[in-house]
Design a protein around this ligand. Structure first.
Ligand code: 1PR
Length: 532
């Protein structure tokens, strides 16, 4: 029986599912006494530092947690829970942490790397730990903007470190108290091995260190992997079945019928097993159907998160809505439902365009937009902006007020310049907004990642639009996912050689089994691109 400290924020469902997958039963902490009495306690940290500490305070969990730590009863903290062991964080000034360890959590400061760190990175072990038994050095999944450095006084706690521009603490451990910055529940088979080691029955002795000797081996800085993402565009077809579909430049119908490329949960599971680093679901008719009434989509997420232990993103329909009974939902309500159902990140399409337009018009942050509300509660790293741009050619940059590029792919009348017009409602409506304006505004409002589609390239198998990717990447400091146009493994190699995108996403070639994910990974490895 494993006890879970679920204080109602973010995707704790994944931790629960991972524990169950490993064959254990989960019970929730219902009262402060449960914290003290638990045999094994897991403390997942999701949301901002301040929101985690405030919830612990509100539920009177701080004291029993500290008492449990002092008594050296097994605790496993994940992500922000590691940070909560420190005295405070730059993320939430003035809010006291648990102060088990000295020092403040600080924001990543290396200017040339995107923040948040989102993706798969390694760990260097600084001492031996039974929690890493049978772990073979695979990369693990990280998602955070803030990190810990250890003060000399607490060096005995140092379990592992990771490099992301700077070296930071990715694991601490003393006696039976352990905390990881990475997410074992989202780190595929390797993460489940580590989590399984913590959950193993037996006496507490098994969890204590067999040796505190630092490895003699000279350790190399760890390296972040480029991610390969499988994307599933999902909608209901004309027969009422929820199917994975795929468009050609966003047109998903073939001879009048919605293309049916498979069942969402089955395909997601297949991609997980084939080595996808992340799975994205886009509810492509979300702009007109309301997800809270679209239970099948929530079910897809719930079922997928029982079997898939890499990050899940879901997009479509995240906006304010009033249902037929007059009940009002905020975009935060919609997102919260997605997170509760197993999403790690949500992606906002149409609503991000309207928000950016308003922001550019007024120059003010209203605090009420979907981006601001969701990132305030769940953290920037949980908010992805899905951009659906298409090229608009012009003869000269003076012909438009938008951000243009000089292109190597001239327009139909030989135009040498173009801008990328943002669209809403699945590409059906163009806006007076360009991709750079959208991405930069959304970053300012608190988004943590850009999913950069390209209508001109979608479904063409002709390769990614490097010009678009470089154009947008240069305008933001958050990670960018290149999307649309992948037709071969070589296209993935090229996108990582020609741009600084952190991830590349494809749909059609995976659904149609034209190129297996393993072939993409192999090609990347052979070209010297860091992969998981
Ligand atoms: O506007 O917040 O409700 O979100 C709707 C979401 O649905 C947006 O993220 C939008 O990108 C997506 N969407 C809407 N209509 C379509 C469509 O295809 N008709 N799909 C659509 C977007 C684009 C990619 C695709 C890549 C890779 N799909 O996600 O998977 O282009 O494809 P490829 O590798 O086969 O070239 P809201």
């Amino acid at each position: 029986m494993i006890t879970l400290l679920d204080y109602g924020a973010g995707n704790v469902r994944s931790v629960r599912n991972a524990i169950r997958k490993l064959g254990y039963t989960v019970q929730d902490v219902r009262s402060p006494a449960d914290i003290l009495n638990a045999e094994r306690l897991i403390f997942p940290g999701v949301g901002s530092y301040g929101s985690v500490m405030e919830r612990l305070q509100r539920d009177n969990f701080v004291e029993p947690l500290l008492e449990r730590i002092r008594a050296d009863k097994p605790v496993l903290g994940i992500c922000v829970a590691l940070q909560a062991l420190f005295e405070g964080s730059e993320e939430s000034p003035g809010i006291a942490g648990l102060s088990v360890l000295k020092g403040q959590i600080k924001r990543f400061t290396q200017s040339d790397l995107s923040v948040p760190q989102i993706g798969w990175n390694g760990v260097n072990l600084h001492k031996e730990s039974p929690l890493f038994a049978d772990y073979n050095g695979e990369k693990l999944y990280f998602v955070h903007s803030y990190c810990a450095t250890l003060m000399e006084a607490d060096k005995e706690w140092l379990l592992c470190t990771t490099n992301y521009g700077e070296e930071f603490v990715s694991g601490v451990q003393k006696g039976n108290i352990t905390a990881f910055q990475f997410h074992p529940e989202k780190s595929g088979a390797a993460g489940l091995t580590i989590l399984g080691n913590y959950l193993k029955d037996g006496n507490n002795e098994a969890l204590t260190l067999s040796s505190s000797k630092k490895s003699d081996v000279e350790q190399k800085p760890t390296r972040m992997a480029k991610r390969v993402i499988a994307c599933l565009d999902v909608r209901t077809n004309d027969y009422g079945d929820l199917v994975v579909t795929k468009g050609d430049q966003y047109d998903v119908r073939d001879e009048g019928e919605v293309r049916n490329l498979g069942k969402p949960v089955e395909l997601a599971k297949r991609y997980y097993e084939e080595g996808a680093d992340e799975i994205t679901f886009l509810n492509i008719t979300g702009f007109r159907d309301f997800p809270m009434e679209d239970q099948p989509m929530l079910e897809v997420l719930q079922k997928t998160s029982e079997q898939v232990f890499v990050p899940l993103t879901i997009g479509g329909g995240i906006r304010e809505f009033t249902d037929s009974n007059g009940k009002e939902y905020s975009s935060l309500d919609v997102a919260s439902e997605y997170f509760r159902s197993g999403a790690d990140k949500i992606s906002i399409g149409s609503d991000a365009c309207y928000t950016a337009e308003e922001y550019l018009k007024t120059g003010r942050k209203s605090g009420k937009s979907s981006i601001e509300q969701i990132s305030f509660v769940y953290g920037a790293q949980a908010v992805v902006i899905s951009v659906d741009p298409r090229r608009v050619y012009v003869k000269s940059p003076e012909d438009t007020s938008h951000n243009t590029i000089k292109t190597q792919v001239p327009g139909p009348d030989g135009e040498e310049y173009c801008w990328y017009q943002c669209t809403v409602k699945g590409g059906r409506e163009g806006r007076d907004l360009d991709a750079v304006q959208l991405a930069a505004s959304c970053e300012a409002l608190g988004a943590g990642e850009i999913l950069l589609n390209c209508i001109d390239k979608d479904g063409t198998n002709s390769g990614f639009d490097f010009e678009l990717i470089n154009h947008v990447k240069a305008a933001v400091s958050i990670p960018v996912i290149a999307s649309s146009g992948a037709g071969s493994a070589a296209h993935f190699v090229e996108v990582f050689q020609e741009t600084d995108a952190e991830a590349a996403l494809a749909a059609g070639i995976f659904h149609r089994k034209e190129v297996p994910i393993a072939e993409v990974k192999q090609a990347l490895k052979e070209s010297g691109v860091e992969i998981r």
